[in-house]
Ligand binder design. Structure first.
Ligand SMILES: Cc1cc2nc3c(=O)[nH]c(=O)nc-3n(C[C@H](O)[C@H](O)[C@H](O)COP(=O)(O)O)c2cc1C
Length: 191
């Protein structure tokens, strides 16, 4: 075991409610993003896009898209719920949206391009945690909202959100979560 495997074996997400919205310094964001987009990517297609949402701009998305869309989908939503939606992206110092944007390619299946977008999410998450931020990969309801997808540069015909990585300083360290037992999910092939 070395410090990298030790980190990977023990890393743990921090739920959004235990994060603060203190700004994340630009140098840290740059490093997290550099690490985030260094992923396996068959044929170097870069079939993903990364959109950083900082608290100052986040309110605009909240008031123009999240709250109205939430209200459309949930006509009985209370004022408190709508206020929460307005501020949803302001909960942490940064939110990084990862869009899977597969291309038509004669050899590389779309599935492989989508997997590469998942790898971007995991790398963003791990590098934020490695810098001692708390971070969480979520989809929540708006990952399936075409209006938001369009607003963040995606094409609903082809693209999907792979996830939103929320990053912030931690209010408290996470407790361990139940993990799958290796014997239930791993086997060694025998001929
Ligand atoms: C694609 C994807 C979407 C997820 N969406 C949510 C979500 O919307 N809400 C949530 O509470 N957890 C969601 N999770 C789960 C957590 O972010 C995370 O997997 C869990 O807290 C444990 O992470 P850890 O292994 O890093 O500790 C999602 C995970 C993945 C992979």
């Amino acid at each position: 075991m070395n410090e990298i495997t030790e980190f990977i074996r023990n890393r743990r997400s921090v739920v959004i409610r235990n994060l603060t919205n203190q700004p994340v310094p630009q140098a840290d964001l740059d490093l997290i993003i550099d690490c985030g987009i260094r992923v396996p990517d068959h044929a170097v297609l870069a079939p993903w896009r990364v959109v950083v949402i900082l608290p100052a701009q986040a309110c605009h998305l909240g008031t123009t898209i999240l709250a109205p869309e939430f209200k459309r989908l949930n006509p009985d939503a209370t004022e408190a719920m709508l206020t929460f939606e307005e501020g949803r992206f302001t909960r942490t110092g940064a939110v990084i949206a990862v869009l899977s944007c597969p291309q038509q390619h004669p050899k590389i299946p779309v599935w492989e391009m989508q997997l590469s977008a998942g790898a971007v999410c995991q790398n963003l998450l791990s590098s934020a945690l490695a810098l001692n931020y708390g971070a969480q990969w979520v989809t929540e309801w708006y990952a399936y909202n075409d209006k938001l997808l369009r607003a963040l540069g995606g094409n609903p015909e082809t693209d999907k959100f792979a996830g939103f990585i929320y990053i912030g300083t931690k209010n408290e360290d996470p407790k361990e979560r139940r993990r799958p037992d290796k014997k239930d999910v791993v086997s060694y092939y025998t001929a």
